[in-house]
Write a protein that binds this ligand. Structure first.
Ligand SMILES: Cc1cc2nc3c(=O)[nH]c(=O)nc-3n(C[C@H](O)[C@H](O)[C@H](O)COP(=O)(O)OP(=O)(O)OC[C@H]3O[C@@H](n4cnc5c(N)ncnc54)[C@H](O)[C@@H]3O)c2cc1C
Length: 397
């Protein structure tokens, strides 16, 4: 079965990838261009960055370019009825010390709190173990979202507005001999589209490679621009008593990882900054995940849980230079666009990222997109989230 591109004189957009970038783009396209035809290939992967149980939503960013953007997203999380049911404003407490605390993002209204206040706020039974020079800093304007549920709500809304969602993988892009991209190949045949947007997260480099799409002429750049990585995630199931006691705990952020509650799942989720490169994403579900660092973070922050069983898995994300996402056109393939590269910090932009992608498709100027989010980008700027770059990673941090 092959479907044609334009009908009713309206353009047809094909989106590959049903994560935060792809789903948000599908919704924004239908909201902004109601007569357009939008097909979203959601993909079949079950463990993705965007379908993880929860994500931190913050406007605190060390790189000031991101503060207004993150604030804009935060307003949507708080007040837009599509997103607000999934947002929990919990605050966070950061453990800061002297020297290089790369996983710490300072906010405007951060305030230092005592160890006693920390204990009271978390509901923990035992004081956390910190170094002599370390301090606790509270930022109240931070929370988490039930990320899988919020993503699903966006996809459901997109379907209501007329987006065609296919729960299948794009097998490849349809690239003509002159380089023009004509859409997507799937098990159903060819879906011909005027514009194709690849938003396949960690799976993007493989899809581009299999479709013989190059984004750079320079071989090293082509090889190193994207870095497919993953990180071990752990959860600890709480008893009813523990949940009751910890239900208002702020998110705890250390230089090595975070601990956060999921009310929905009655678990503590522990992440780590120890990402690792992944050669073949098909093997991700079978590899033994090393969560030693997650365990250390938990033991130090909540000593009462030392020795308790953790459920673990590896969660992939696509890293980019300076951890700036890409929203840009593919330079050698007309009709093809790239919207990806979440780099372990971009879920929070779910409510607004699609609008930015549509701005790009409509040729509107945006300072981030036209600077940091281009494929051709200056590396002279500060990195956004350097703590998540794996050791020895060829991507410039
Ligand atoms: C452990 C972890 C913790 C994080 N914590 C935070 C946080 O606290 N706050 C925050 O803001 N961000 C956080 N992030 C980052 C954020 O989750 C990601 O950057 C973001 O979700 C990426 O979205 P995406 O749409 O680019 O990719 P993904 O979520 O990976 O989605 C890609 C989609 O493409 C689909 N796909 C793949 N191949 C194909 C194909 N061939 N055809 C069709 N579809 C395909 C997949 O099924 C998937 O649905 C974290 C990431 C990780 C991994």
């Amino acid at each position: 079965m092959a479907n044609s591109g334009r009908y009713d004189g309206s353009p047809h957009y094909a989106i590959v990838g049903g994560g935060a970038f792809g789903a948000s783009t599908a919704l924004a396209l239908k909201q902004r261009l109601p007569t357009s035809r939008v097909t979203l290939f959601k993909g079949t992967q079950s463990h993705t960055a965007s379908t993880d149980i929860n994500k931190i939503i913050r406007s605190a960013y060390t790189v000031q370019d991101y503060v207004p953007l993150a604030n804009k997203a935060m307003q949507q999380w708080k007040s837009n009825p599509l997103y607000s049911p999934y947002f929990h404003q919990t605050a966070w407490i950061q453990v800061r010390g002297i020297g290089n605390y790369q996983n710490v993002h300072r906010g405007q209204d951060d305030k230092m709190i005592s160890a006693e206040q920390h204990l009271r706020l978390t509901g923990s039974l035992q004081s956390p173990r910190i170094d002599d020079e370390e301090e606790f800093w509270l930022n109240e304007d931070i929370g988490y979202v039930d990320s899988a549920l919020a993503l699903n709500a966006v996809i459901e809304k997109a379907i209501k507005l007329g987006v065609e969602v296919r729960s299948q993988n794009a097998l490849g892009l349809i690239i003509e001999s002159n380089g023009v991209c004509r859409g997507v190949r799937s098990v159903d045949g060819c879906t011909i589209a005027d514009e194709t947007i690849v938003a396949a997260g960690a799976w993007t480099p493989t899809l581009l490679k299999n479709s013989k799409v190059n984004l750079f002429q320079d071989e090293a750049k082509q090889k190193n621009f994207f870095n497919t990585t993953a990180v071990g995630v752990a959860t600890l199931a709480l008893t009813n008593e523990e949940f009751e006691r910890l239900q208002n705990t702020p998110i705890i952020v250390t230089n090595k990882g975070e601990v956060m509650l999921s009310k929905k799942h009655q678990v503590l989720k522990i992440t780590s900054t120890k990402t690792f490169p992944v050669d073949d994403l098909n093997n991700l579900s079978t590899i033994m995940v090393n969560v030693t660092q997650n365990q250390t973070v938990l033991d130090n922050m909540f000593p009462e849980f030392q020795g308790r069983e953790l459920h673990t898995w590896a969660c992939p994300d696509l890293l980019t230079p300076l951890q700036d996402p890409v929203v840009d056109r593919a330079p050698y393939n007309m009709g093809l666009h790239i919207a990806t590269g979440g780099s372990y910090h971009s879920y929070k932009f779910l409510p607004i990222i699609g609008g930015m992608v549509v701005d790009h498709l409509q040729g509107k100027i945006d300072t981030l997109r036209d600077g940091r989010w281009k494929l051709e980008r200056s590396l002279a700027k500060s990195a956004i989230h350097p703590s998540v770059v794996p050791e020895g990673c060829p991507v410039p941090a």
